[in-house]
Design a protein around this ligand. Structure first.
Ligand code: TZP
Ligand code: MG
Length: 218
């Protein structure tokens, strides 16, 4: 069976922004503050380091079985580390092939940042993708190459298409507690710096959670 996924407050980790703290410690605090899903993302780590990092985060999540664990890009690492799923972008292996590698019992997330990418996502066979990351909502120094933002309206429009097809959606890019209130029409918000760079990640997660009511609409 595919693991449960509550995407309401989705943390994507960043090793650099977390320093000098360990990513697993940030994750532990963030979950205590209300984070519901976690993606291990480290573009500079070796495969071996990413595997070790994923195991450490998995251990940090052991006490909270409802919090889904994704690995960014690396299907092999996700499978070997016993993660719940993998998140891929438009330049990674094709989603249908990744689904074949994952089998039916893991979650697959996919990034879509334009109408064309959403159309391609919606053309995939049912059950390929579980959750679509839509963004950036706003341009963000965390991922400078993500480009200019779609804005909350652009995200809501793409999200509406995905949700009509039965997919869940998260908005990503430039979201903090103040801006979360202007996001709407998604199943969750996804943040990196708002939690990883926060002096108190637990308090930051709590603050984001209370801003969620307007962003996450049925
Ligand atoms: N994909 C699109 S924007 C982004 C990713 C991974 C980074 C979002 O980071 P932040 O710090 O929440 O703006
Ligand atoms: Mg990728």
């Amino acid at each position: 069976m595919r693991p449960a996924l509550d995407p309401a407050l989705y943390l994507v980790t960043d090793t650099e922004l977390s320093r000098p703290r360990a990513v697993a410690d940030i994750v532990r605090a963030a979950v205590a503050g209300g984070v519901t899903a976690v993606q291990v993302r480290d573009k500079t780590a070796s495969r071996r380091e990413l595997y070790a990092l994923t195991l450490a985060v998995r251990e940090a999540l052991a006490a909270t079985p409802g919090v889904a664990l994704f690995v960014n890009d690396a299907v092999d690492v996700a499978l070997l580390a016993g993660a719940d799923g993998v998140h891929i972008g438009q330049d990674d292996l094709p989603p249908a092939e990744v689904r074949a590698l994952l089998g039916p019992d893991r979650l697959l997330g996919l990034s879509a940042g334009s109408a064309a990418e959403m159309a391609a996502t919606l053309a995939l066979p049912a059950g390929t993708v579980d959750v679509v990351g839509i963004g950036p909502v706003w341009s963000t120094p965390t991922k400078p190459d993500a480009g200019t933002g779609l804005g909350p309206e652009g995200v809501a429009a793409l999200s509406g298409q995905a949700r009509a097809a039965g997919l869940r959606t998260v908005a990503i890019g430039g979201i903090d507690a103040a801006r979360a209130a202007s996001v709407s029409g998604v199943d969750g918000i996804c943040v990196v710096s708002a939690i990883c760079a926060a002096p108190d990640p637990e308090a930051a997660a709590r603050e984001l959670r209370s801003a969620l009511a307007t962003a996450v609409t049925p």
